[in-house]
Every structure is written in structure tokens, then in C-alpha cells.
Design a protein around this ligand. Structure first.
Ligand SMILES: O=CCCCC(=O)O
Length: 494
């Protein structure tokens, strides 16, 4: 642990932490603290870009758009592929940075670097397949050509929970489409985005086409940029509350939005499920990223015949996890992102316990300055408890039961959110039938991980709209243009 931390300290001493805005000397800007959630103490500072720079950023991004979209698709593809390679070459430094600013165990950070590189590689492959189409008017008299064009300057607003991957997957799609980008990372985790920016620029993205704005005034920056008609697209991952605000703000200049918002994922386990597989996947889905993921299982719903066994196994597995600094060997679970987050989750758990819920883990909560939290498995949670309808974002499992398939589906769909859902059954007809009936955008069938660079990821309802990943993710950064060519009736074909 000491070695990784010391190496990271040495790296930080030469890292400038400056916003990446061409034409601006970042050393002249004020700075804000970045806090290590494992210690609760600030460990470095980054530029606090003032919103007065918004006009400059848009002017720069306009030039970037012309420079980048003017390159051939093959040239853009090569740059993205090189960026994927560079991410992997720098995996240790980037992973350590992510662990430092966000808290997740080093192995999870490494996995996130690989996951991010997957998106860059995937979109390097898609950049050259931006196909349009050709049609002939059914009534005759017209030949129609449809092409795709970059939507324009795109603002990417990314969350703290996946500090690298959310920026990488948005940026890869936007850049493949030919857009220029202003990336605004979360205040808590700006460093991974700065490293992503360095990788993209070194790979060959023109600096004007990829700016990174680090700021402690997120809402001020998004309001100001969105108040300008030069901005054409916003891609946001974060809360439904902020997503709703962005929808309102986008109305003024009719900006295109992709919103990846909150989740309330049901995790359904049927009597005929493979118990080991269901429990393993439950641990992955709940514990990955410390439970701080929009796709994390938020409500375990287990059929009566298997519920006691599932709960006992899940509690045993969660109690055996090691909680500690993400840099320490053998750690499964790092700290939560902040003291405020931990206080809020503790309030949810205590509220449920006061209303009669039981904690099958019953682990004492850790002390110390870091924002650590032991897992809990809550059963008998009454509907009136706030945790029953909250997005928990912590290693806290809430387990309820159902009797029939219809009841499982009704309970699972009893939420305005619709991002991820999970179904565990060895009966393929049942698993697929139930999965079809769930009102969600992404499904795990007998597995607890759902995102893949090749496929569209995104939700419905309060979980937002727009897709990331797959060809659809790139199309979200494009507009369609139709060319209507006059085609007189007489033809040369006789
Ligand atoms: O918090 C939500 C981001 C999505 C993480 C994933 O791709 O699994």
C-alpha cells in the first residue's frame, strides 16, 4: 500500500492539475482542494476555472470543431485507437489517481481503465462506419441521400463514481462523431479527467477539440454554457434532479440531450435460480464501486422458497469482505465518496431499523477519519421506510420477497426509474419472459454486470434518455441531413 501511495505522491508533485483550456495559463487560476475519501483530507489542488471563461471555451471549441470534423473518419479513428493504447500504457498511474480521488480499490480502478479503453477502441472502429443511406421517393421525381454530421460542440458533464469511464465513453462517442468537446468532471474527482485529456491530446486530438474545465461551480458552468446557442449537445450522467434542471435549461436553445440519471435496479431471484450464481452476482452488483453505481442492485426481490437461504448466503459473503483504503492489499470495499454521503446512508439504514427492519450482517460501523462503511443486509423493511424507495448508493442490500412471477414483475416495476434490472432463473422461458416485462433499459440475465462498449446503455422514465455505447451512442452525437435531388421522370434507361 505504501509503495502505490508514495509513487502516487511522487507523480502528483509533478502533475500541474491545471484546467486544459487552450490560451489560458492555468497557473493564473484559483485552485480548489481534492479530498482523499480514505483519509478525509485534501491531498492536492486543481484549477478552479471561473465561469467568465465560458465564452472563451466556446470560441475555442468552435475552432476545434472545424479542425476535428474536417479530418477524415480514418484519421479520427486512428487517434482514438492510439488513445486506447495510451490509457493501457498508463494504467498504473491512472488507476492510482482514481483510487486516490474516489476511493475504489486499485483493482477496480484498473478494471475501469480497461473498461474506458474498450470504449475508445470500440468508437475508433465505429468512427469509420458512420453510414448514411440512399432512397428513391415512392412517388418518383426524387432521389434522397441521407448523411450523418456531428451535432457540433458538446458539453460532457460527468459524475464522481466512475471518474474515468464516464468521460471516456462519452468523449469516445462524441469525438468519433466529429464533435468538439468540453468535459466538465465532478468537483470531487477532476484528476482522472485531466489524465484522460492528456491521453487524448497526446494521441492527436487537437487541443481546441477537447477541453477539460475543472470547477467547483458545476451548476454555474452548465447554466452559462447552455445559455449560449453555440453549444449544441449536452451529455450528462448524474442525478434525476439535476437532469430535470438540464432539460429546462436546454429549452432556451433547443440543445440535444443525453441523460443517464438515477436508478432503482430490481434484482429478481426465482426459486429455480442457481443460488451460487445469484449470490456471486448479487455481491458484484451491490459491491462493485462500493455500491455507488446507477446500475447497482437497489432492491433484491427473492422468491419465498429461496429467500432465507439467499439472505443468509449474501450476508455471509458481505460480512467476509475487507473494508479499507483502496491502496491496501486484499481490500474489497473502499470508502464512500464523502462524509455527507455516509451520513445520509446511515440515516437511511437507521430509519429503516427504527421502523422494524433487521440487519442480517449486523457489522459495527468503522470509526476513523475516512468515509468507510460496512455492508448491511436489511430484511423486513417496511414500505414506509425512506430506504425502500431511495437510490441507496452504498453497500447496503435491501431484501424483500415475492410469491409469483406476476408479483415479482409488479414489485420490480413499482418505481418511476428504469435503468437496470437483473433476473436469476434457470428456466430460460421464465427468465426471458420476466426480463421482457421489466420497464428498464438494460438487463442482466443470470449475471450482475450489464454495460458493454458494443451495446446501447441507458434508461427510461426517471432514469433518463439517450444511449451510451454501441453505434447508437455515436448517433446521439450526430444529426441526420437529407439531400433531395430532383429526378425528372424521363430516364436514360429508355
Ligand atoms: O453510475 C452509473 C454509471 C454506469 C456504470 C456502468 O457502466 O456500469
Amino acid at each position: 500500500m505504501q509503495t502505490s501511495l508514495q509513487t502516487h505522491d511522487a507523480f502528483l508533485s509533478s502533475f500541474d492539475g491545471g484546467a486544459r483550456i487552450p490560451g489560458i495559463d492555468s497557473t493564473s487560476l484559483d485552485r480548489f482542494d481534492v479530498v482523499d475519501p480514505a483519509t478525509g483530507a485534501a491531498f492536492t489542488q486543481v484549477s478552479n476555472a471561473p465561469i467568465e471563461l465560458a465564452d472563451h471555451c466556446l470560441e475555442v471549441a468552435g475552432r476545434g470543431l472545424r479542425a476535428w470534423s474536417g479530418q477524415s473518419a480514418r484519421a479520427r479513428s486512428n487517434v482514438l485507437l492510439r488513445a486506447a493504447e495510451l490509457l493501457i500504457e498508463r494504467i498504473e498511474v491512472i488507476a492510482a489517481t482514481m483510487t486516490r480521488e474516489m476511493g475504489k480499490p486499485l483493482d477496480e480502478s484498473r478494471a475501469e481503465v480497461r473498461f474506458s479503453a474498450d470504449y475508445l477502441r470500440w468508437y475508433s472502429e465505429e468512427a469509420v462506419r458512420s453510414y448514411g443511406g440512399y432512397r428513391e421517393a415512392p412517388a418518383g421525381g426524387a432521389r434522397l441521400i441521407v448523411t450523418r454530421q456531428p451535432v457540433g460542440i458538446a458539453l460532457l458533464i460527468t459524475p464522481w463514481n466512475f471518474p474515468l469511464a464516464m468521460g471516456a465513453r462519452k468523449a469516445a462517442a462524441a469525438l468519433a462523431a466529429g464533435c468538439s468537446v468540453i468535459l466538465k468532471p465532478a468537483e470531487a474527482t477532476p484528476l482522472s479527467s485531466l489524465l484522460l485529456g492528456d491521453v487524448l491530446l497526446e494521441a492527436g486530438v487537437p487541443p481546441e477539440a477537447f477541453q477539460v474545465v475543472t470547477t467547483s461551480d458545476s451548476s454555474g458552468w452548465s447554466r452559462t454554457l447552455m445559455g449560449d446557442a453555440r453549444l449544441k449537445k449536452v451529455s450528462f450522467t448524474g442525478s434525476t434532479r439535476v437532469g430535470s434542471m438540464l432539460i429546462e435549461q436546454s429549452a432556451q436553445h433547443v440543445q440535444k440531450l443525453s441523460l443517464e440519471l438515477g436508478g432503482d435496479a430490481p434484482f429478481l431471484v426465482f426459486n429455480d435460480a442457481d443460488l451460487d450464481r445469484a449470490v456471486n452476482s448479487a455481491v458484484i452488483s451491490k459491491i462493485r464501486n462500493g455500491g455507488q453505481a446507477c446500475v447497482a442492485a437497489n432492491r433484491f426481490l427473492v422468491q419465498d422458497g429461496i429467500a432465507a437461504e439467499f439472505t443468509a448466503e449474501l450476508s455471509k459473503r458481505l460480512n467476509a469482505l475487507t473494508v479499507g483504503s483502496g491502496f491496501a492489499d486484499g481490500v474489497d470495499l473502499g470508502p464512500l465518496i464523502s462524509g455527507q454521503a455516509r451520513k445520509q446512508v446511515r440515516g437511511l439504514v437507521d430509519g429503516a431499523l427504527e421502523l422494524g427492519a433487521e440487519d442480517a450482517c449486523a457489522a459495527p460501523q468503522p470509526g476513523g477519519d475516512g468515509f468507510f462503511m460496512n455492508p448491511a443486509v436489511l430484511t423486513n423493511v417496511p414500505e414506509s421506510a425512506t430506504i425502500a424507495s431511495a437510490e441507496i448508493f452504498a453497500p447496503i442490500a435491501v431484501v424483500g420477497t415475492f410469491s409469483t412471477d406476476a408479483e415479482a414483475v409488479a414489485k420490480a416495476n413499482n418505481t418511476p426509474f428504469g435503468l437496470a434490472g437483473y433476473v436469476f432463473s434457470q428456466d430460460i422461458d421464465r427468465a426471458f419472459g420476466v426480463a421482457h416485462a421489466l420497464d428498464v433499459g438494460v438487463l442482466g440475465i443470470n449475471k450482475g454486470l450489464v454495460a458493454d462498449a458494443s451495446s446501447p446503455f441507458g434508461g427510461i422514465g426517471y432514469s433518463g434518455y439517450g444511449k451510451e455505447g454501441g453505434i447508437e451512442g455515436m448517433q446521439d452525437f450526430q444529426t441526420l441531413k437529407q439531400f433531395n435531388l430532383d429526378s425528372p421522370a424521363a430516364t436514360l434507361l429508355g
